[in-house]
Ligand binder design. Sequence first.
Ligand SMILES: Nc1ncnc2c1ncn2[C@@H]1O[C@H](COP(=O)(O)OP(=O)(O)OP(=O)(O)O)[C@@H](O)[C@H]1O
Length: 340
Amino acid sequence: MPDPMPPTATAPLLDLDAVTVVHPGAVGARPTVDGLSLQLARGEIGCLLGASGCGKTTVLRAIAGFEPLRGGRIALDGREVAGPGTGLPPEARRIGMMFQDYALFPHLDAAANVAFGLHALPRAARAARARDLLALVGLADRGSAYPHELSGGQQQRVALARALAPEPLLVLLDEPFSNLDVEIRGRLAEDTRRLLKAADATALLVVHDQAEAFAMADRIGVMAEGRILQWDAPEALYARPRDRRVAGFVGQGDWLRSETLGLGEGADLRVRPGQLVHDPVGPLSAQLVSARFIGPEHLGRLRFDSGETAEIALDAATAARIGDRLSLRLAGEPLRFPRG
Ligand SMILES: Nc1ncnc2c1ncn2[C@@H]1O[C@H](COP(=O)(O)OP(=O)(O)OP(=O)(O)O)[C@@H](O)[C@H]1O
């Protein structure tokens, strides 16, 4: 007897295939987004990371339906929503958006802001859904507060609740933390991840800050010049960057020649913080040229005989002075790239 429910391959919730966007006025008409592909599974949180102007926001706008495609296609939940010269209007795509400035309506209280996109529901159901979403974001008791009566972090959570309220297929968040104080951004990134996961949402966001991307995302796309250099889990990006551009962009570190560290010839090495260790019987040596206290330890800068420099963490047990020559060893293998 045939299986009544044959297994089906689960299509990605979001599928960008060779998406190209050209802004007519742009210098030399170079594409702002240049053949970019990425896939996001249902329930995943993806994050685009890259230098200012590399096209991150334009990718979100194209997905939302605000930028026509010159080439490629975008599918959402197995359905094509945009192709070259064609596209569903933004309101038909079932996408929730949260902008940098939150765009809350100042004359509506928090509950009415959250309920705003729920026209299709009867009045009581709208109010109930707004209450549920405010409770989800930890603002159950602030429904009657107006945006100006809320802190920046609370406004951010109301905006997130509003984006999630209509049960969109996908939520797009553009720089969700950029208006907030540095001290609360890290915590809010973790909270936002927890809330998106609690709501079973699939989300794609743009952030500037690597730490926020690492705290939020299941997958990160490192972008440059309208392309994705690598689309991968945060741990994989850090441990196995595809090329030297990704290695230089993700995480801290110094570049040293393989010859300098006695690790063969013809390669450039990316040495992560903590990989150079002071060791009185270590095989390497370099001069300590500066140091600053970062609490709980000092961060020193070493100069090798080649003239190259690298950072070293110096704990309290290392009684080194500026100008001293330190013996060193390497802890772990640095990333290695053939010198081009
Ligand atoms: N409507 C437009 N017309 C012409 N050029 C545009 C338009 N929108 C964006 N651009 C250009 O496209 C490039 C990418 O812009 P985009 O806002 O997508 O970058 P981004 O990576 O999000 O930057 P940031 O991190 O600074 O927000 C920029 O050089 C920008 O000037």
